[in-house]
Design a protein around this ligand. Sequence first.
Ligand SMILES: Cc1cc2nc3c(=O)[nH]c(=O)nc-3n(C[C@H](O)[C@H](O)[C@H](O)COP(=O)(O)OP(=O)(O)OC[C@H]3O[C@@H](n4cnc5c(N)ncnc54)[C@H](O)[C@@H]3O)c2cc1C
Ligand code: SF4
Length: 327
Amino acid sequence: MSLPEFRLLRPRTIAEAIELLAKHAPDMQVIAGGTDLIPSMRQKLFAPRYVLDIRGIHELRGIHSRPGGGAEIGALTTLTEIENSDYLRQHYPVLVEAAATVASPILRNMGTLGGNICLDTRCLWYNQSLTWRKGCGFCIKKDGNICHVAPGGDTCWAAFSGDTPPALLCLETEIEVAAPGGTRRLPLHDFYTGVGDNYRKLQKNELITRVFLPQSSAGWQGAYRKLRIRGSIDYPLAGVAVVLRRSNGHVEDARIALTAVNAAPVLVKGIREALAGRPLDEAAAEEAAEFAGRTAKPLTTSALTPEYRREMIRVFTRRALLQAFKS
Ligand SMILES: Cc1cc2nc3c(=O)[nH]c(=O)nc-3n(C[C@H](O)[C@H](O)[C@H](O)COP(=O)(O)OP(=O)(O)OC[C@H]3O[C@@H](n4cnc5c(N)ncnc54)[C@H](O)[C@@H]3O)c2cc1C
Ligand code: SF4
């Protein structure tokens, strides 16, 4: 499958990138590692006239501890750098574990944290070649007006399928967005819309520049579990991140977030209330797993059934909680 024709622009600074975005958006697409965008362009899901390659902007790279506590990660930092960071492994282990499950080593060498946060939502009826999609009469997400997953409706339910965002949600991460009018900072949980064909609150002329991990989430134990068809490379079809703080054999606080089962990565509500002050035994883990199972809303967007994916959310939540509590 060939790539559509486009003009590649390579800024060296954030200011230069924003200037180019202001000039060429909406007919421009940002590229970081390209591990998701390039296959999608080959499938003709995107055919921008301009592609903005941000890899030459060095200020977007690196993992830095902040003077007042917490950490800052540049949007261009690769998943391999995150996986290999001793600092992150010590202070934010759930992020390292989640990053290490993305795709395969070669894709993690190219793939970036910013690209993982901005990852397009996925669906069996959408991530296909042009010929395949044409044969099915297209769908709401691109070029059509029906949804094969929920026929009769006018909503796209494609699933958000990035591995690091649930870990980042558990860590109460904030992101920085650069735009022609200046920069803004927002909690990651405000970034996603929950709508499959318009899944993120990012204008075409905006760029994610940095990710902030707060000091208050440092040192929490964590675990990440994902379901995928090919263990060595695939996107998650269900994923669970958990973090918790332990004190005197009891849970002091805990958070759980899910991916690949809704149109956005989501935090499970009520976990702190359910677990705080209790030892984390099988019964407590099972109770939290029920909350997670009820939060997951998988549909027929993937090759595995919604029932199986929801059940695996429960199984993974229980296992991840028990592992995190013991670690
Ligand atoms: C075979 C295969 C398996 C994969 N498996 C997984 C998996 O298991 N888990 C997983 O999470 N992902 C998986 N991926 C997808 C991808 O490798 C990762 O999500 C990666 O982190 C994407 O980062 P990137 O830098 O390559 O993004 P790109 O492909 O460059 O960009 C992805 C999207 O993000 C936007 N973008 C990138 N950076 C920015 C920024 N700084 N500001 C604004 N927009 C930005 C782009 O415009 C594009 O829309 C897989 C991909 C392939 C091909
Ligand atoms: S959920 Fe429906 S509209 Fe969205 S990509 Fe899948 S088939 Fe298309």
